[in-house]
Write a protein that binds this ligand. Structure first.
Ligand code: AMP
Ligand code: GLY
Length: 433
């Protein structure tokens, strides 16, 4: 497992539960992952150095390498691992451009007929100005390259839009994408693919803004839940047929087959489902809730994609449970997160019934667990419905102490209410027994 965060911790947790997986190594892992697989199995490596990762995989005689974050993918880690003869779950550098360049993704979508917002890729402020005027407010300005979820500004202020565009253009090779504003709820759908077959996981919803009520700056994600009781029944089929499959086919046609997980970031607009973004990896924190519900063995699934046998995988199986995750972030996240504060109560929270704690930015310092990043922990809970999962996740989170720590109190709140409304409108028919 390549990567350091809570998404990787969630993946390792599910891989460890797969009876077919006999040995797990993480590079570099984190203190939470070390707690699962042993500190000796967490190996320091420069995950942006493709040859170093490939050499490690060869040394370990790995049957499968799973790449978590986008930066190693864009750097070509999967290409090097595959060239060394080791199956790899994660797209090539060429295919990862679906995430690495928003302009490239737009070009693929146009060629594949995938619905997305109208947009212009701009390299000068004059072009930016023209595009902003054409689309009107709210303005959507996106850095073309990777920006860890922080390259996008959505604003009513033309000055703020121009300022962000100018900052992006100032960078070496700077390019920005100006996009039409898409209204409607957002959904993340992960599609596992071997470059031909597409297997969707359960949809999830992410909370990108830092503060309750979707206020504050964009972050990497402050919480997530699954399933989505309010989503149209045909959502997954619709996205597979009209978004994922045409995109995967277009990538194969371009000689850059996509092997791994295509993360479809969608807006459910009044004019249908539209793509907000593609990512070339699992989402963080959505993965935490999707995997909490998946009962199909994960190692088998990811290896089948890596060795291009996905068509032989039986239909995926899901627990009939809801899952919610809430991210505990450090003081001043996302601007200048404060590091080094001691975290208490983690084992208490982790031992809470139906809850567990995944590590994102933590470290061990002088025997203490301390905050070492912006997003520190991801607490996950399951329950018979979203209301139950919410109650449990917040009860577990209450056990944890971190000076200045912040988390959203409204993760899955509206969805839990929608679930209730749905149940009142369509009461379950009692089964005969
Ligand atoms: P991205 O990195 O492209 O996912 O953008 C981050 C967030 O900005 C998204 O999750 C949306 O909340 C918002 N966003 C991006 N593009 C648009 C758009 N065209 N219309 C409305 N909101 C958007
Ligand atoms: N949760 C958003 C992302 O992983 O990009």
């Amino acid at each position: 497992m390549v990567g350091p965060g809570a998404r990787e911790h969630a993946l390792v947790r599910s891989l460890a539960a797969d009876p077919g997986v006999t040995k797990l190594y993480a590079a570099p892992g984190n203190p939470g992952i070390a707690g699962l697989i042993g500190e000796r199995n967490c190996l320091p490596v420069d995950t942006l150095d493709p040859q170093a990762v490939a050499a490690l995989a060869t040394d370990l005689e790995a049957d499968l390498v799973v790449v978590g974050p986008e930066a190693p993918l864009v750097a070509g880690v999967s290409d090097a691992v595959r060239a060394a003869g080791v199956p790899c779950f994660g797209p090539s550098a060429a295919a990862a451009q679906l995430e690495g360049s928003k302009a490239f993704a737009k070009d693929v979508m146009a060629a594949a007929g995938v619905p997305t917002g109208a947009s212009y890729a701009c390299t000068t402020l004059e072009e930016v100005q023209k595009a902003l005027t054409e689309f009107g407010a709210p303005y959507v300005v996106k850095d073309d390259g990777l920006a860890a979820g922080k390259g996008v500004v959505v604003t009513e202020s033309v000055d703020a839009a121009l300022a962000h565009a100018a900052a992006c253009l100032d960078r070496e090779g700077g390019r920005v994408v100006i996009e039409e504003f898409l209204d409607g709820p957002e959904v993340s759908l992960f599609c596992i693919t071997d470059g031909k077959t597409v297997l969707p996981l359960a949809p999830a919803q992410d909370f990108k803004r830092a503060l309750d009520g979707d206020l504050g700056p964009n972050t990497g994600g402050m919480g997530a839940y699954s399933p989505l009781p309010w989503a149209p029944a045909d959502l997954v089929d619709d996205v597979v047929e009209n978004v994922a499959r045409p995109t995967i086919e277009e990538m194969a046609r371009r000689g850059a087959p996509f092997v791994g997980v295509l993360y479809c970031g969608l807006a459910l607009t009044s004019r249908g489902v539209k793509v907000i973004e593609f990512n070339a990896r699992f989402g963080d924190p959505e993965t935490q809730v999707v995997l909490a519900r998946l009962s199909t063995p994960l190692g088998m699934l990811l290896r089948a994609a890596a060795v291009q046998h996905l068509e032989h995988v039986p239909p995926l199986e899901w627990l009939d449970r809801a899952a919610v995750t809430v991210v505990l972030a450090s003081e001043n996240y996302p601007d200048t997160p404060v590091k080094g504060d001691v975290i208490t109560g983690v084992s208490d929270a982790d031992g809470w019934p139906d809850a567990w704690v995944l590590h994102a930015g933590t470290a061990i310092e002088e025997g203490d667990l301390v905050a070492a990043g912006g997003r520190v922990l991801s607490v996950v809970a399951t329950g018979e419905d979203l209301t139950a999962a919410r109650t449990t996740v917040y009860a577990a989170l209450e056990r944890i102490g971190l000076r200045g720590g912040q988390f959203r109190k409204d993760i899955a709140e509206a969805a839990a209410a929608a679930e209730l409304t749905e149940r009142l409108a369509h009461p379950a028919v009692p089964s005969e027994s």
